[in-house]
Ligand binder design. Structure first.
Ligand SMILES: Cc1cc2nc3c(=O)[nH]c(=O)nc-3n(C[C@H](O)[C@H](O)[C@H](O)COP(=O)(O)OP(=O)(O)OC[C@H]3O[C@@H](n4cnc5c(N)ncnc54)[C@H](O)[C@@H]3O)c2cc1C
Length: 496
């Protein structure tokens, strides 16, 4: 993975930078420069790629964040924001000549406001902690990434994270009301708030999914929902993945929007069952978990309809959860599927692409063919209702060349997603993982337009460089001029 070449001038002044950052951060342990201590930050969830940061900083106040960014901007130092480090696309991968800005100390819920149905939280609060804080009063926060026990709400905003319940309730962007953020030059800005619509351009929308490239999120206001009256999950088994894929499209086509509709294939079913004994049938090739919520009578009506559709598609097993405990057991296997797959292979790489639901049978079939062609197994665990695929490519990094083979296989899967009318990512972001594939989806002009937006927030490209864009243009090349202290940079370049 090619990253920007470390800047020798910055590396040469490392000691001075450590001293400068120590003057800003009050906690003496808040600036980390020891190699062994830095090891904790060397990668995120995409652990195939590792890099020690030059320095890690753990601020405790927004003022400290602002001063750190101002200082790094003045010193020409790049900054990588980091929440909980669970990103699967390498978005939080450190830079050898960069400061890693850890937001772990921002772990407080600031306000629960039932009248306005929202929660205000610091960015390091975990996703699940928001639901935990309000569930006693009958509320919850809908987007639920499978990593919700660990991932931070700031990271969720930066990645526009999804989860099982996003099919019915939307992604992070649909549940976000406001943020406070700090720009690279230290300015503290508020976007949105407790109200439902934001003034001016939709900058909140721009920040959602910006992968740490535009600003550091320091506070988040999210919408909370009333917990549903009743919830029920249904397990449906099929003799082939294609039939399960077909069923997904037909359920939505019939006008039913389940709260969640997840799919697992044979490898994933067996791994999950062995790991947590969820009671999954082992004689099927694919399993759907379809969850419905709402009034009991409505759920029963839809479940009868779903049963008929599934039978039509060739389902051989259908079981409805009888108790809340059984429903949670159905989900336990799905939620633990990633670590469970980790037990059947020394390494795996989790891909993330989105396709139109109707293309599921075709794409699953082609993926099996590619698996044979590359000689690597692939396990599928994914948000089927959203057409959001998560093929887990199994490999052994100890075998020379196998990581590269896995990368090529993954790239072919993502190209296939684009080819059938889908997109490169569903919820894990572009990061470094899909950076070099951006050209498959966007023209050079599209990419330049996106970089012009980046330049408007971060003219010197200091925030998280090397991520998302395959080639980073200087902002001057893109026609963006940043006037600093009345001085125009690149005075020789024509203005328009
Ligand atoms: C087992 C497992 C299951 C997962 N399941 C799902 C799933 O179902 N759905 C899903 O969407 N994702 C899933 N993920 C991916 C991951 O958990 C999400 O992308 C999550 O939102 C990342 O949050 P984080 O706090 O760990 O962010 P990090 O990994 O620390 O950072 C992710 C990106 O956000 C930026 N960033 C982080 N915090 C801030 C901030 N405060 N301000 C600005 N930029 C910031 C970083 O620079 C980086 O680019 C899964 C991951 C794992 C390991």
């Amino acid at each position: 993975m090619l990253m920007p070449k470390p800047n020798a001038d910055v590396l040469a002044k490392r000691d001075a930078l450590v001293a400068g950052l120590r003057r800003i951060v009050a906690d003496p342990e808040g600036v980390i420069d020891d190699k062994d201590d830095l090891r904790a930050f060397e990668c995120d969830g995409l652990s195939a790629y590792r890099q020690l940061p030059m320095i890690a900083v753990l601020p405790a106040t927004v003022r400290e964040i602002s001063d750190i960014l101002k200082y790094c901007q003045a010193e020409g130092v790049n900054v990588v924001p980091r929440g909980a480090g669970t990103s699967l696309s390498g978005g939080a991968l450190p830079l050898a000549d960069g400061v890693l800005l850890g937001l772990g100390k921002f772990n407080k819920i600031l306000e629960i406001d039932y009248d306005n149905r929202c929660v205000v939280a610091q960015p390091g609060v975990t996703n699940l902690a928001i639901t935990d804080a309000v569930k006693g009063d009958g509320f919850y926060y809908a987007p639920d990434p499978s990593s919700q026990i660990a991932c931070s709400i700031g990271g969720n905003v930066a990645e526009n994270s999804g989860g099982v319940h996003c099919l019915k309730y939307g992604l992070t962007t649909h549940n976000l009301l406001g943020i406070e953020m700090v720009t690279m030059d230290g300015e503290i800005i508020r976007l949105g708030g407790k109200h439902l619509d934001a003034e001016g351009y939709d900058l909140l929308g721009v920040m959602t999914g910006s992968e740490g490239l535009l600003g550091v999120i320091t506070e988040v206001t999210v919408r909370i929902l009333r917990s549903p009256e009743h919830i029920s999950a249904q397990l449906i088994g099929f003799p082939s993945s294609e039939q399960a894929g077909d069923c997904v499209g037909k359920i939505i086509g019939a006008g039913i929007i389940p709260a969640g509709m997840e799919m697992m294939d044979r490898y994933a079913i067996h791994a999950a069952e062995e790991f947590c004994h969820a009671g999954y049938p082992l004689d099927v090739e694919a399993l759907l978990i379809v969850e419905l919520d709402g009034p009991e009578v409505e759920i029963a009506h839809y479940q009868t309809q779903i049963d008929a559709i599934a039978k039509d598609c060739g389902a051989t097993v259908s079981r409805i959860s009888e108790t809340e405990e059984e429903r949670m057991t159905f989900w336990a296997g799905r939620k633990a599927a990633f670590p469970a797959v980790g037990r059947i292979s020394p390494d795996y790489m989790c891909m993330d692409g989105t396709i139109p639901r109707s293309q599921l049978p075709k794409v699953l079939k082609r993926m099996n063919e590619l698996s044979k062609q590359y000689g690597l197994r692939v396990a599928n665990v994914f948000h089927a209702g959203d057409g959001n695929l998560h093929p887990l490519i199994l490999f052994d990094a100890n075998n020379p060349g196998e990581l590269e083979k896995c990368e090529a296989f993954g790239a072919d899967i993502l190209k296939l997603c684009v080819e059938v009318g889908g997109v490169l990512t569903g919820e894990h972001g572009v990061g470094i993982e899909k950076r070099d594939l951006m050209g498959e989806m966007f023209s050079e002009e599209d990419l330049k337009q996106q970089q012009r937006l980046k330049c408007a927030f971060d003219p010197d490209g200091r925030l998280n460089p090397g991520k998302v864009f395959p080639v980073l243009h200087r902002c001057a090349e893109l026609g963006k001029m940043h006037v600093h202290n009345g001085e125009l940079p690149f005075p020789d370049i024509p203005r328009f």
